[in-house]
Design a binder for this molecule. Structure first.
Ligand SMILES: CC(C)(COP(=O)(O)OP(=O)(O)OC[C@H]1O[C@@H](n2cnc3c(N)ncnc32)[C@H](O)[C@@H]1OP(=O)(O)O)[C@@H](O)C(=O)NCCC(=O)NCCS
Length: 349
C-alpha cells in the first residue's frame, strides 16, 4: 500500500510585486535581489486574507483536478508558519470553510514541512487511518514585512514615506526581499499501485534556532504581544543569511547522497529533483554537487520568491499542469527551513 497524488492546485494573491516596486519602500534594486536569489517578483496576501483563505482557493482547484468533493477528504494536514491565529490551527479553519469536520493537523517545520508531511501521509495511509488526505502548504508572510506603507508599495498614493519608516524597512531588507505569499494544495490517496514514498530522511537541529527565527511575539514574554515588540521590530524574522546558506549547501547534497545510497537508488534514475525555492543559488549549488542536469530541476522562484511551506506544493502543481510530472516518474524532493528542519525524500509518482 502506498500513496498517489490525484489532484493539485495553487493560489497566489493579487498582482505580482516586482523587485523594482520594492524600491518604493526600501533601498534595494532588481539587480541586487536577482543576482543573490534569482527572484524577480512575489505576491503578498491582502489585509484580512489569511492562509486558510488562500488554502481554500488552492484546495478548490486541487479537488477539481482530482474530480472529488470536500466530503471525500478524510484527513487535513496543514503546513504553515504564518497561521491565521496563534490558535487554533489553520487546518480546522480550512475544514470549516470546506464544510467538513475531519481530523485536521497543523505542522510547522517552516520551509522543510513538505518532507515531514510526506512521512505523515505515508504513515496515515499505511496504518489505515486515512485514505484521502488533503495536504496544504500556505504562507501569509505579508504580516511580518518591515514596512507599513502598503499604499506606497502598491502605488495607490502620492504620500511620501517618512525617513523613519524607510529606515525601519532598510534594517530588514535582506530578509524582506526573499519572501512571498501563496498556497499549494495536494490530494493524496491510498493506492495498490507501485507508487508513493520510497524513502525519506528528515532531520532537525535546534541548536541553530537563533540563526533564523521570529525573535518576538512568542510566549516567553508577558503579554506575548506588546508595543515594545513592534518598536524593536521583533515581529520581523532575523536571519543569519550567510550561515543559513552555508548550512543548506553542506547538508542538502549530503542528505540526498545518503538517501540514494541507503535506498540503492542511482541518482541518474531520478526523473525530477523538486527543490524548495529559497534561493536559486542554493539550488544551483546542490544540483552541481549532485551532477544533475539543469533541465531535471524545475524552478519558479523568479515568480513567487520563497513561499516557505507553500513552495513545494506550488512547484508540484505547476509541474503537474505543464505535463512534466507523470505517473511512474521518480522524484527526489528536498528542503531546508528554520529550526533547522531539513530533509529529502524519494517519491514514485
Ligand atoms: C540573504 C542573502 C541573499 C544575503 O546575501 P549576502 O551576500 O549574505 O548579503 P549581506 O547580508 O552580507 O549584505 C551584503 C550587502 O548588501 C546589502 N543589502 C542587504 N540587503 C539588501 C537589499 N535587499 N538590497 C540591496 N542591498 C542589500 C547589505 O546592507 C550589505 O551592504 P554592506 O556590504 O554595505 O554592508 C544570502 O545570505 C542568502 O541567500 N542566504 C540564504 C537565505 C535562505 O536561503 N533563507 C531561506 C531559508 S528557508
Amino acid at each position: 500500500m502506498g500513496f498517489e497524488v490525484i489532484g493539485t492546485g495553487m493560489y497566489v494573491p493579487g498582482e505580482p510585486v516586482t523587485n523594482t516596486q520594492l524600491t518604493r519602500v526600501m533601498d534595494t534594486s532588481d539587480e541586487w535581489i536577482h543576482q543573490r536569489s534569482g527572484i524577480r517578483q512575489r505576491h503578498f496576501a491582502a489585509e484580512g486574507q489569511g492562509v486558510s483563505d488562500m488554502a481554500f482557493e488552492a484546495t478548490k482547484r486541487a479537488l477539481e483536478a482530482a474530480r472529488i468533493g470536500p466530503k471525500d477528504i478524510d484527513y487535513i494536514l496543514f503546513a504553515t508558519m504564518t497561521p491565521d491565529y496563534v490558535f487554533p490551527g489553520s487546518g480546522a479553519v480550512l475544514g470549516g470553510k470546506l464544510g467538513i469536520n475531519v481530523p485536521a493537523l497543523d505542522i510547522r517545520q517552516q520551509c522543510g514541512a513538505m518532507l515531514y508531511g510526506l512521512q505523515l501521509i505515508d504513515g496515515l495511509i499505511k496504518s489505515g487511518v486515512a485514505k484521502t488526505i488533503l495536504f496544504i502548504g500556505a504562507e501569509a508572510h505579508a504580516g511580518f514585512m518591515p514596512w507599513d506603507d502598503w499604499d506606497i508599495l502598491e502605488g495607490k498614493t502620492d504620500r511620501k514615506q517618512t525617513p523613519e519608516q524607510r529606515e525601519r524597512a532598510n534594517k530588514h531588507r535582506a530578509v524582506a526581499v526573499l519572501f512571498g505569499d501563496g498556497a499549494g494544495a495536494m490530494v493524496f490517496r491510498a493506492t495498490d499501485r507501485d507508487a508513493g514514498l520510497i524513502a525519506a530522511k528528515v532531520h532537525s537541529d535546534g541548536t541553530y534556532v537563533d540563526e533564523l527565527l521570529i525573535p518576538g511575539c512568542g510566549f516567553k514574554t508577558r503579554p506575548y504581544c506588546q508595543p515594545r515588540l513592534y518598536e524593536e521590530m521583533l515581529y520581523v524574522p532575523y536571519m543569519n543569511g550567510k550561515e543559513v546558506f552555508k548550512f543548506a549547501v553542506t547538508t542538502l547534497p549530503k542528505c540526498a547522497r545518503q538517501l540514494c545510497e541507503e535506498s540503492k537508488t542511482p541518482i541518474e534514475k531520478i526523473d525530477w529533483f523538486l527543490a524548495h525555492q529559497a534561493n536559486a543559488r542554493i539550488n544551483d549549488y546542490v544540483r552541481e554537487q549532485l551532477d544533475v542536469p539543469v533541465e531535471k530541476m524545475p524552478m519558479n522562484i523568479d515568480r513567487y520568491g520563497n513561499t516557505s511551506a507553500g513552495t513545494l506544493p506550488i512547484l508540484i502543481d505547476e509541474c503537474t499542469r505543464d505535463g512534466k510530472l507523470k505517473k511512474g516518474d521518480l522524484t527526489m524532493m528536498f528542503a531546508l527551513g528554520a529550526g533547522m528542519h531539513w530533509g529529502c525524500a524519494l517519491v514514485r509518482w
